[in-house]
Design a protein around this ligand. Structure first.
Ligand code: BG6
Ligand code: MG
Length: 216
């Protein structure tokens, strides 16, 4: 069977990771503490609820249940505000070209994202029709590094886990792919994503043959 590719969304296909960071930082500041880009690495790939728990822990702050829910709504409101204008120009270098070459090879493609805003973003960047399956934050109950999101994607594609190649920019996402028993290509820093099978800065100039050769 041909291998399948499963792509994370934020920070892999589209440059939304910076907007998540800005919205979380704004929330942290409104609660009276700061939130650095270094701390943000721990949040990448992590669900909205788990992210807030981590931020509160980092800031040494406690919220009751109603305040916690209100903080989630505020963060998402700011995030939606930031991504209101996004379009295909925010697709990361080479990502659209790589996606279409994967499809041209007859390989299946899935999205494996923690985001509940995934479909909205894919619509805005005009890539929704490039996916055979979409597993997002509305379909899973366990946050990365739990493998649920990637296992569901493999199931929806009807491809064995050992034939799935995951593309991830987050430490938690790389761990989730590993926990699913899949191959994983890190997108970003090789120092940060040292648990990936190999790491690339982005998809620019990357061919499907290059990736398959690395796993041969
Ligand atoms: C992940 C992002 O893709 O989705 C996280 O890396 C984000 O930063 C998570 O918190 C949940 O996204 P959303 O859009 O449902 O708040
Ligand atoms: Mg990501």
């Amino acid at each position: 069977m041909k291998p399948a590719c499963i792509f994370d969304l934020d920070g892999v296909i589209v440059d939304t990771a910076k907007y998540h960071y800005l919205a979380w930082k704004r929330l942290a500041n409104s609660l009276g503490f700061d939130f650095t880009e270094h701390d943000n690495e721990q949040l990448k790939g992590v669900s909205r609820i788990e992210s807030l728990k981590l931020i509160l822990h980092l800031g040494g702050k406690e919220l009751d249940a109603a305040e916690f829910d209100a903080a989630l709504v505020r963060k998402n409101g700011w995030y939606l505000e930031y991504i209101q204008q996004i379009g295909p120009e925010e697709i990361l270098p080479g990502a659209a070209e790589f996606l279409s070459s994967v499809r041209e090879q007859g390989m299946k493609v899935a999205l494996g994202s923690a985001s509940k805003n995934a479909v909205l973003i894919l619509e805005r960047i005009q890539l929704l029709d490039q996916f055979d399956a979409i597993v997002d934050g509305n379909k899973v109950s366990k946050a990365k590094p739990d493998p649920e999101v990637f296992l569901k994607a493999a199931e929806e594609l009807a491809v064995p886990v050992s034939d799935c190649i995951v593309f991830e920019d987050a430490v938690a996402g790389v761990q989730a792919a590993r926990n699913a028993g899949m191959k994983v290509v890190g997108i970003g820093s090789a120092v940060v994503l040292d648990q990936a099978h190999f790491v690339l800065p982005n998809f620019a100039g990357l061919s499907v043959a290059d990736v398959l050769a690395r796993f041969a």
